[in-house]
Design a protein around this ligand. Structure first.
Ligand code: PLP
Length: 462
């Protein structure tokens, strides 16, 4: 479908999508790239800036996927690319196991300013989210002398053997890839929309879910054998499901009682996405009255370069023996320069506050669409971490996993790049760069509304 650009419109579609140049490259991708690597939409990018991507046929899209949450600071912010260029010309690689360069130390120092953990902190720099999560597990096991790790239904922690083991959503992420790692236990996540019984308060529901964990201490593993609980404060792949603050506080109390470490996986939620630098900060008193032991970070820390980190309490992080941790490229100088510049950029431009504004706009639109489409079961926005969950029936909440792929397809035809989410594949999500302008945001929402209307109509007629 082609659309006529209006005077101030950002989206520009020149002809049928994908265009001829994109189709040629997509054919080569299909011929050379493994089938198992999914692609959400047929965008073939040429260049990108802010919240927009221009494809190889000159079409301009608004990017609601944001590199799956890696682009909070937007595509190619000049201050950050300048820092990368500067580093590229001076030092590409040394290896932090071999020696030291200032940018790795600077990054650690900046992380220690923003990570809401009390007292002395230490950091290990890694390459990817899954690697940071694995290192958090290694450190927790070493520090406690225990082996058990507790994770949640609906969780996503990455695709390595241990990351995949800790991840939920069996059919998509795990089928055929076992056997999995041992000593990983799973409990229900406090998924209010799906599981809170009518009439129950959030506090009562959280108490119920905490009882599940207490039961796991009897039915699955003795608490004295548990090294850590790892939780996403808002589940990402699981469908942007927030853990209520009451649950996080109770989880902290219970884990502390048993000498169990608590790690927050902020790979998707971190760096301003939810309206705070880290999502756990939505729980009152975080960083002053209570804290977690470790924070796992990746994605938007590096504005598109591969870098990740685990920051935690120094007495925990420093337990493993010298030489027990590290990797060839973890905290590479160029990635560190990008991350240092990214943290400055996020703070200078107050992008966490901007995330709250973006979330308010999205929630308004989503709620209006919910009023007109029975198939919209829930809308969830914590800052600019925004999702719509589709159901076949609002009473039974039977997931509707047919609509999201149709919406992604229709949205692409209208100039939007977007992705799905959800344990049942029944959500669409927005991780739009936080530098999106108001005009672009309204334009994107109008295009998304048209895409949802068209997809609902298609689903009804097929
Ligand atoms: C919460 C969470 N943890 C870990 C990961 C894995 O990160 P990576 O793909 O960088 O390994 C992801 C990726 O989506 C994530 O959302």
């Amino acid at each position: 479908m082609s659309s006529t650009p209006t005077a101030n419109a950002t989206i520009r579609i020149n002809g049928p999508l994908p265009g001829a140049n994109a189709r040629a490259i997509l054919e080569r991708r299909d011929a050379t790239t493994v089938r198992g690597l999914y692609r959400s939409c047929p965008i073939v990018a040429d260049h990108a800036t802010g919240a927009t991507v221009t494809d190889v046929d000159g079409n301009v899209f608004i990017d609601l996927a944001g590199g799956i949450g890696a682009l909070n600071a937007g595509h190619c912010p000049p201050e950050i690319t300048a820092a990368i260029h500067n580093q590229v010309d001076r030092l590409l690689h040394l290896c932090s196991i071999v020696g030291t360069y200032e940018s790795m130390v600077q990054l650690n120092e900046k992380l220690h300013e923003i990570v809401p953990i009390r007292g002395p902190k230490k950091t290990l720099l890694c390459n990817t989210g899954v690697e940071a999560g694995e290192n958090a597990v290694k450190i927790a096991r070493y520090a406690t002398g225990r082996q058990g790790i507790i994770v949640f239904e609906g969780a996503f922690h990455g695709r390595s053997l241990l990351g995949m083991t800790m991840t939920s959503k069996y059919d998509l992420f795990k089928r055929g890839f076992g056997p999995f790692a041992s000593e990983v236990y799973r409990v229900p996540f406090p998924y209010e929309y799906r599981e809170k019984i009518d009439g129950m308060s959030t506090e009562e529901f959280c108490e119920l879910r905490i009882r599940d964990l207490k039961k796991a201490f009897v039915a699955q593993i003795d608490p004295t054998s548990v090294a850590a609980v790892i939780i996403e404060p808002v589940q990402g792949e699981g469908g942007f499901v927030p853990a209520p603050p009451a649950y996080l506080r109770a989880l902290r109390e219970l884990t502390a009682q048993h000498g169990i470490l608590l790690a927050s996986d902020e790979v998707q939620t971190g760096f301003g996405r939810t309206g705070k630098m880290f999502a756990i900060e939505h729980t009152p008193g975080c960083g002053t009255e209570w804290d977690v032991d470790m924070v796992i970070m990746a994605k938007s820390i590096g504005s598109g370069l591969p870098i990740a980190a685990v920051t935690g309490k120094a007495e925990v992080m420093d337990k493993p023996h010298i030489g027990g941790l590290g990797s060839t490229y973890g905290g590479n100088p160029v990635a560190c320069a990008a991350a240092v510049a990214t943290i400055d950029y996020l703070r200078d431009h107050q992008l966490a506050d901007r995330a709250t504004e973006i979330g308010d706009v999205c929630r308004d639109y989503f709620s209006r669409w919910q009023a007109k489409h029975d198939t919209i079961g829930d809308v969830r926005c914590l800052g600019a971490m925004c999702a719509i969950e589709f159901v076949k029936d609002r009473v039974t909440k039977e997931p509707n996993s047919v609509l999201p792929p149709l919406i992604v397809e229709e949205a692409f035809q209208r100039g939007l790049i977007m992705i799905r989410a959800g344990l049942y594949g029944s959500c669409i999500r927005s991780l739009v760069p936080l530098v999106i302008t108001d005009d672009q945001l309204h334009e994107a929402m109008q295009a998304l509304e048209a895409a949802i209307d068209a997809a609902v109509q298609r689903a009804e007629t097929t």
